[in-house]
Design a protein around this ligand. Structure first.
Ligand SMILES: Nc1nc2c(ncn2[C@@H]2O[C@H](COP(=O)(O)OP(=O)(O)OP(=O)(O)O)[C@@H](O)[C@H]2O)c(=O)[nH]1
Ligand SMILES: [Mg+2]
Ligand SMILES: [Zn+2]
Length: 302
């Protein structure tokens, strides 16, 4: 946790645009402002700081990130978390999952080198459970672990999986990310729906990413619910390998620059035709390739 590298003694535990909360090795928390306009701090960043007051500092430098999870749209990038070691993709019996959103989160995490655990929360809402389970079937076919849980239950079946990790929770609004975190870290007091209803703060309960400590070497990052998950920043070749089921087929198409559409001898289309891979995922791949091309055009200013 804080102080792992003496050159970067601060740990960003919350980031709000131009402001950040930084945990120091001695347990203090101070407000940090980045040194330059271009410096974008992400929750989980390790930073070198210069104190300018008792609880205020300027962030001088950010340590090289081991991982970075972010999403993007045409205008900007949204950083979820730096240096996380795994992603927990939270879904719930209710609200029902938006399938494309799930796949986008999964692809972003895979492209970022982060393993994914899927949680199906609110299993206490038993009448909604069969439909929710069915909705996760495409993920199960990709050999992804799906752990059923309820934030209302003292026992969380995935607790051991978080040990030694920095886990970033991602998912739609209202699935219970903050509720699960409150269960994991009783001191966290992350805002949940119940609290925001009382405060009348609108739909999204969590408005900024925030890192909570579970123990000395485990932490968890809460993030605001996502409705759209732009991944136009990924190139076609990054996309190809982020679709894990494509991996064994890559290099087997007749043409080296195969786009996996209607080229003869396409290994991916052949696998889709016999049901070995999911046709809907192949369609999503093409949609994401088009978005990637659009994003590249925007970057070039066309
Ligand atoms: N029945 C049931 N309700 C739950 C469970 N987990 C969370 N909830 C409720 O679901 C609502 C949303 O929970 P939050 O934890 O705020 O959801 P969130 O994913 O953090 O939402 P955002 O911060 O908007 O992204 C709250 O009213 C919780 O009390 C659960 O396991 N079972
Ligand atoms: Mg929340
Ligand atoms: Zn092909």
């Amino acid at each position: 946790m804080p102080g792992a590298d003496p050159a970067f003694p601060g740990l960003v535990i919350a980031s709000y645009g131009r402001h950040a909360l930084i945990a120091l090795a001695d347990g203090r928390i101070c407000h940090g402002i980045p040194r330059g306009r271009k410096m974008a701090l992400a929750c989980g960043d390790r930073v070198a700081i210069d104190h300018i007051g008792v609880d205020e500092c300027v962030v001088e430098r950010i340590a090289e990130r081991t991982t970075l999870l972010y999403r993007s749209d045409s205008y900007r990038e949204k950083l979820f978390a730096a240096n996380a070691t795994q992603v927990m993709l939270v879904t719930a019996a209710e609200p029902a999952a938006h399938p494309e959103l799930l796949h986008r989160c999964l692809i972003a995490a895979t492209a970022g080198g982060l393993p994914v655990i899927v949680v199906l929360n609110k299993v206490d809402l038993s009448d909604r459970l069969p439909a929710a389970r069915a909705g996760l079937e495409p993920l199960r076919k990709l050999d992804i672990d799906i752990i059923e849980a309820s934030a209302q239950d003292d026992f969380l079946p995935f607790r051991a999986r978080l040990s030694g990790h920095c886990t970033v929770m991602v998912g739609q609004s209202g699935v219970g990310k903050s509720s699960l975190i409150n269960r994991l870290c009783p001191g966290a007091r992350a805002n949940t729906d119940r609290i925001s209803e009382a405060l009348g703060t609108g739909k999204h309960t969590t408005t900024a990413t925030r890192l909570y400590r579970i123990d000395d070497d485990s932490s968890v990052i809460d993030s605001p619910g996502v409705q759209v998950f732009g991944i136009g920043h990924l190139s076609v070749s990054q996309l190809e390998s982020a679709f894990v089921e494509f991996r064994p087929l890559l290099g087997q198409c007749r043409f080296r620059d195969c786009r996996h559409r209607d080229e003869p001898g396409c290994a991916i289309q052949a696998a889709a035709a016999v049901g070995a891979i999911d046709v809907a995922r192949v369609a999503l791949f093409h949609k994401l390739c088009a978005e990637s091309a659009d994003a590249a055009r925007t970057r070039r200013g066309h």
